[in-house]
Structures are given as C-alpha cells and as structure tokens.
Design a protein around this ligand. Structure first.
Ligand code: HEC
Length: 260
C-alpha cells in the first residue's frame, strides 16, 4: 500500500509540473518577445462609429469627454469606460468573447458560430485578437445566454445599440437581456451618458480589427436562425423602462455617481 501512495504522489507532482510547463511556462516563453498592443496603438485605428457618436450626440459627447471632437484621447477614455461598465454590469456573464468552429445546424454541437460568422472568413478567435491593453484581464466569458460579442463591430448601428441597451425588447422582441436605463441621462433613452457612449464605443471597437461593415451591408450579414415557434408567445412587459413601476428604474446601481 505504502508503495502505491508513493507512486501516486510522484505521479501527482509530475502531472502538476507538466501542466505548469504546458499552460504557464511555454505560452510565457512563446509570447515574451511580442509587445502587447498599447492603448495609444489601439487609438490609431478609431472605428468610424466613434465619429458618428460625436456627430450625432454632440452635447452628451462633450459632457462625457470634454470635447466635441472624436480625438484619440476621447476614444481611449470612452473605450476604457465601456470596458469598465462591461465588467461592472457582468455582461460577460451572458456573453462570450471567443469564436469557435461550432454549429448546431450540422447536428453535432451546440452554438451558432459558423452560421453567425460565415465559415469562409478567419473564423476562430486567434491569440493576436487578445494581445492588447484592453484584454487585461481578457473577457472570454463563461456562458452563452446571448451571442458572442468579440466581433460585434459594425454588425449594428450606434442607434440600434442605444435602443437595445435602453430596452432590449425594442429591437429583439424575445430578448432576456435586462434593460440598462442607467446608461442614459433622460427618461426616454435618447440622451446617453458617459457609460452609454463608452459602451457603444466598446461594442463597436470589438472586432473592428477584423472586418468592417458599411451600414448599407447590415441587412446582408449572416443572421442567426430564428423561428418564432421555438419561443412562448410574446407578452409585452407591463411597464416600459423609465416609466413609473418599472422594477429596474427603482435603483441606480451607481448611486448617482458618474465615475467608479
Ligand atoms: C441575462 C443575460 C444577458 C446579460 C446580462 C446581457 N445580455 Fe446582451 N444579450 C442577451 C441575449 C439573450 C441577447 C440576444 C437577444 C437580443 O438581441 O437582445 C443579447 C444581445 C446582445 C447584443 C446584440 C448582439 C448581436 O450581435 O445581435 C449586444 C451588443 C449585447 N447583448 C450587449 C450586452 C451588453 C453590453 C451587456 C451588459 C451591459 C449585456 N449584453 C448583458 C443576454 C444578456
């Protein structure tokens, strides 16, 4: 018996060392020579949707970033704000940021990545998409209640995102995503605040390094398969966000504070 104990302990230590080398030491050695893309480098490639935000919401934009111009500094601040809000709101609890070669339509696996991202593009997420200052820590996510977001850029317009954040069921009738009314300064979802503008900037940045779509292409993008019969009958909510009695309107999770 004693001999078995000894063998198990030695085997345990060996396996632990092997795992440490393969998953820790080797990647570290492999990526050591590659510089992490900095925020300044990220800001040399500003997606056009950020210019649109500055143009369409000049007052809100100025209030948030102290300028009406879509400058690199404003972009960096917006990105960082959006990412902080993404973490704080636990968007990662329902959304992943990693594309895999899986598709339910071939009858083998769960997920929609192939239908959604078209098999002919560079499909799976690759290491270089994460090797930048916005990925410390990375936000791979854990579950897929909603679709993957790593290449969201340009799949919807800014206004779609704002309407969706204000009330997801306005754009997606069956959505289980909660409304984020505290991303807005008014009670109608028309004036985004710094977090709202930051979140749209962040979503439009995600994947902007990969494929950019012009607004005229939105309708031609591959869509998720959808069949109403999969869902129970749609029951409109009793209250709209912002209205009296709206359960989400009662609390401001930030206690009225703009910065966190
Ligand atoms: C309870 C789970 C849940 C949470 C939390 C959640 N979402 Fe969603 N999200 C969904 C679902 C389900 C959908 C698909 C239906 C729809 O479009 O609303 C979705 C859709 C989306 C889409 C549209 C994706 C596309 O390409 O069509 C975006 C963008 C998005 N969510 C962003 C966010 C952000 C940002 C947050 C955090 C502020 C968030 N979500 C939090 C469940 C969630």
């Amino acid at each position: 018996m004693e001999r078995f104990n000894f063998i198990f302990i030695v085997a345990g230590i060996l396996f632990f060392t092997l795992a440490f080398v393969i998953m820790g030491a080797l990647p570290l050695a492999q990526y050591q020579g590659i510089d992490v893309v900095s925020m300044d480098q990220i800001a040399t490639n500003i997606p056009y949707q950020f210019d649109e935000l500055a143009r369409d919401y000049p007052e809100a934009f100025e209030k948030a970033f102290g300028t009406t111009e879509p400058t690199a500094d404003a972009f960096k601040e917006a990105l960082e704000t959006g990412r902080q809000a993404y973490i704080a709101e636990a968007c990662w609890h329902c959304h992943t940021q990693q594309i895999r070669r899986i598709d339910p339509n071939d009858g083998t696996e769960v997920g929609h990545d192939v239908s959604r991202w078209a098999p002919d593009t560079r499909l799976e997420s690759e290491a270089d998409e994460y090797h930048n200052a916005m990925n410390y820590p990375h936000l791979f996510g854990t579950r897929r209640v909603g679709p993957d977001l790593i290449r969201s850029s340009g799949r919807h317009s800014n206004d779609w995102h704002l309407a969706h954040l204000w009330n997801p069921r306005e754009t997606s009738p069956y959505s289980v995503m909660p409304p984020y009314t505290w991303f807005f300064d008014d009670d109608q979802g028309k004036v985004p605040n710094k977090r709202g503008l930051g979140m749209v900037t962040y979503l439009q940045w995600l994947g902007s390094w990969h494929t950019q779509f012009a607004p005229s292409q939105y309708e031609d993008l591959p869509q998720l398969p959808f069949d109403e019969s999969w869902y129970p009958p749609y029951v409109p909510p009793e209250t709209q966000p912002g209205e009296e009695g709206d359960p989400y309107a009662e609390e401001d999770p930030y206690g009225g504070e703009e910065d966190y």
